[in-house]
Ligand binder design. Structure first.
Ligand code: DGJ
Length: 536
């Protein structure tokens, strides 16, 4: 090799490998993981209030408090109006300030693009967009009145948004393409039409009366056997038609209006995501305002929640319309956390929770997200309020961060699982390896105050497990030979320090009732490392 080539290679190789190391998603068994700097990464995050990131001054005292709460990632807003105050003139000072603030505390960032929509409305678009409805059309109601929401059926809206998002991604690549402080992007925020099931603007009415687009029909045909069951049923009820208007193919009603909106939002947001990825391909997700239960009448119908957002029943329309979007995420501010996780992991959708709670129940959700649902991470909303070093979140994340490497090594491979317990589900049994493990809520020495807890079970070897729990008893049985009983050979509590197990007390006495059970007393998560044996 010539000297010049050698020198050039030496200079360029690190740049090439940093660029090739862009945070990305990768499969491990049945799981999808977020890879940061070449290693799987579990997001222990929290989201700032919407307006916090609009002032670096406001953020200054918050950064150290956030780091002290044991987070590794902050979810922070970038709003279109502040990024592009005049058309074509970009101001990246807030983005640069966020990146610098996060780096100083060794934190990663997930940036939330508040572009065309935030919670079903358009409130963060620049004034030059807001005040020009001729150029940037709004959603209309059935009487033709404009609502304060940009229409998803406008190329002008979409292209203006995509240009700004692309500029943002280009800038992130320029200032952060080596350091990878920013690891994922959320595109828009909780989109959908509020107050009615669909847009009735002229463009929307025209598209709704026209044929279902061929791209969507092709997708439906190709994925006929793996479609989300609700959608498949409705398509089947109308005779699996391969062409026709939306109402001909899927039947008339609010569910079809919602599907039509989902396709159009998916196309629009997918286009924005693709424009951003063309500049810098960070993993991208969208978040969802979920349907409430029947106890909140009206909010369980399309329009009562934003119609067309990526809810489970329309996931396929989003997949088909916006393939550049990697993850469709639920904001779980509703009950039945486990059910929502199940619905959002259908047909291989990776699980990331951008918004939920940060109390004891929320911490249980964080453990379950990682251990039971192979999730990429968890983030309660409102870190401004939650950031305290002795809060529930900080204590929970401290323990979760210790076992995160063990979880990540095993996600998708059947070697880690978890149960979520509360008063409605006080007992739960799972199989892991050759054992069944039953966790019983508030059983054990010194049950705590948490109203929901998670038991996390990690298999290290045929008889070796790490169990993380709080306020529960944990019982073992053999899964493959009922004639055998199970005993605890060794039970240690302890901690992982820099990935190394540091044992504390040996718990082979009153803390292990019935010889085959562990007791997780106290009111915080603790880690026990155990070896099991069998006897007759
Ligand atoms: C959901 C939204 O996505 C967030 O931006 C925030 O407004 C929360 N609701 C408030 O609970």
């Amino acid at each position: 090799m010539k000297l010049r080539t050698l020198v050039l290679t030496a200079i360029l190789m690190p740049l090439v490998s940093a660029a090739a190391n862009i945070p990305r998603l990768e499969k491990q068994g049945t799981a999808t993981q977020l890879i940061v700097d070449g290693k799987p990464f579990l997001v222990l995050g929290a989201e700032l209030n919407n307006s916090s990131a609009s002032s670096l001054e406001y953020m200054r005292p918050l950064w150290p408090r956030i780091a002290a709460a044991n987070l590794n990632t902050v979810l922070a807003t970038v709003s279109w109006e502040l990024l592009e105050p005049e058309e074509g003139r970009f101001d990246f000072s807030l983005v640069d300030g966020l990146i610098a603030g996060a780096r100083r505390q060794n934190l990663r960032l997930i940036l939330l693009w508040f572009g065309s929509w935030k919670n079903g409305k358009s409130t963060y678009q620049p004034v030059w967009v807001k005040t020009n409805q001729q150029r940037f059309p709004l959603v209309q109601d059935e009487k033709g009145k404009g609502l304060p929401t940009l229409s998803a059926l406008s190329d002008a809206n979409r292209d203006a948004d995509a240009r700004a998002f692309a500029a943002l991604m280009r800038h992130i690549r320029e200032v952060d393409g080596d350091a990878h402080t920013a690891i994922m992007m959320q595109v828009e925020n909780e989109v959908g039409v509020l107050g009615q099931a669909r847009d009735h603007s002229p463009a929307a009415n025209h598209a709704f009366a026209g044929p279902v687009p061929k791209d969507f029909m092709d997708y439906l045909q190709k994925h006929k056997d793996t479609l989300i069951p609700e959608l498949r049923k409705r398509w089947e009820a109308a005779g699996f038609k391969m062409s026709g208007s939306w109402e001909e193919v899927f039947g008339a009603g609010a569910a079809t209006d919602e599907l039509f909106m989902a396709w159009n939002y998916g196309r629009y947001v997918g286009h924005v995501a693709a424009a951003g990825k063309a500049e810098y391909p960070l993993p991208m997700f969208v978040n969802t305002w979920l349907r409430q239960g029947p106890e909140k009448p009206g909010e369980d119908k399309p329009g009562g929640y934003p119609s067309g957002g990526p809810l489970p029943q329309v996931l396929d329309a989003w997949r088909a319309g916006g393939p550049a979007i990697d993850i469709l995420s639920p904001d779980v501010h509703v009950p039945n956390y486990g059910d929502w996780c199940g619905w959002y992991t259908q047909s291989g959708n990776p699980l990331f929770i951008p918004e939920s709670r940060g109390d004891a129940r929320g911490v249980a959700y964080a453990f379950a997200t990682a251990g039971k649902y192979d999730g990429i991470g968890y983030s309660p909303f409102g870190i401004d309020r939650l950031a305290s070093p002795d809060g529930e979140l900080a204590k929970g994340y401290q323990v979760l961060s210790q076992v995160a490497p063990l979880i990540l090594e095993r996600q998708g491979l059947g070697k880690v699982t978890a149960v979520l317990l509360d008063k409605d589900t006080p007992k739960s049994k799972v199989r892991l390896g050759d054992y069944t493990i039953e966790a019983r809520f508030r059983e054990g020495r010194g049950p705590g105050a948490a109203d929901a807890v998670t038991g996390l079970f990690i298999q290290l070897g045929p008889d070796d497990y790490v169990i993380v729990g709080r306020s529960m008893g944990v019982y073992f049985e053999t899964a493959n030979d009922p004639a055998q009983s199970v005993g605890l050979a060794v039970v240690e509590e302890g901690q992982y320090v820099d990935g190394r197990w540091v044992p504390g007390r040996r718990l082979n006495g009153d803390e292990t009732p019935e010889w085959r059970a562990l007791a997780f007393g106290g009111d915080r998560y603790t880690i026990q490392k155990i070896k099991l044996y069998r006897y007759r």
